[in-house]
Design a protein around this ligand. Structure first.
Ligand code: C5P
Length: 233
């Protein structure tokens, strides 16, 4: 995949308000082209803000992890496509994924599937009624996502190589849990450096706190882009 290194960095705007997000985007300036908006900001005015970012030429990943009856997912995804978002996430249930693919038809929106939430272990899956363990369920859902025509998967750096084998070259892999060597882990348990994640097959890196909580967010973003550039060589 021949993506520009700067476009491969997605900054998670995990901030409580639109003014806080707006200030961060202004501070990051041309260093960051792609932003992720999740529950926190989306439910605090983040959707009109997403439209504003798109109008300003930025790309937006709406991390809404949709899952509902098919008709509701299709209509919701149609609205996300009209907003001009680049990516939206859905949970990797076959019915939900098919509905999302139908909803994005004719647009440039990419659907990303979350196979198994990383906060789930085998015990959590058993408690939720699943017979498969995390590894088996993630692999099964990745195959289903590929066959349904999903555009990409959200996965940890550790899963990237295995999932690349299942997904093939055409699906994008989007990887959070990225920590440059000098930053705190926060609550992330399985972290990987930007260079290693790229080498493992990630197309896009999602980075939140190492950038938005840095003393100099722009310098932190530029350093990660430089590391991505190096890793491609
Ligand atoms: O601050 P940090 O770099 O840990 O942020 C990572 C972002 O990626 C957060 O928005 C988080 O919700 C998201 N994410 C994650 N792990 C997943 C899926 C999404 O950390 N498995």
């Amino acid at each position: 995949m021949s993506l520009d290194s700067r476009e491969r960095l997605i900054v998670a705007l995990d901030l409580p308000s639109v003014p806080a997000a707006d200030a961060m985007v202004t501070q990051l300036g041309a260093s960051v082209q792609f932003y992720k908006i999740g529950y926190q900001l989306a439910f605090a005015g983040g959707l009109p803000f997403a439209a504003k970012l798109i109008a300003a030429g930025k790309k937006v990943f709406l991390d809404l992890k949709l899952h509902d009856i098919g008709n509701t997912v299709t209509k919701g995804v149609e609205s996300v496509a009209q907003l001009g978002a680049t990516f939206v996430t859905v949970h990797a249930y076959p019915q939900t994924m098919k509905a999302a693919v139908e909803g994005k038809r004719g647009s440039r929106l990419g659907i990303l599937a979350v196979t198994v939430l990383t906060s789930y272990d085998d015990t959590d899956l058993a408690a939720a009624g699943y017979a498969k363990n995390v590894r088996e369920l993630a692999a099964a859902r990745a195959k289903q996502a590929r066959d349904i025509g999903i555009d990409g998967l959200v996965c940890s750096g550790e899963e990237a190589a295995t999932l690349r084998g299942i997904a093939g070259a055409n699906m994008v892999l989007v990887t959070p849990g990225i920590r440059p060597a000098d930053s705190a882990q926060g609550d992330q348990k399985r972290v990987m450096s930007p260079a290693r994640a790229i080498a493992a097959g990630a197309d896009y890196l999602v980075v939140g706190r190492p950038i938005v909580e840095a003393r100099d967010p722009k310098a932190a973003a530029d350093a990660i882009v430089a590391e991505i550039e190096q890793a491609k060589k």
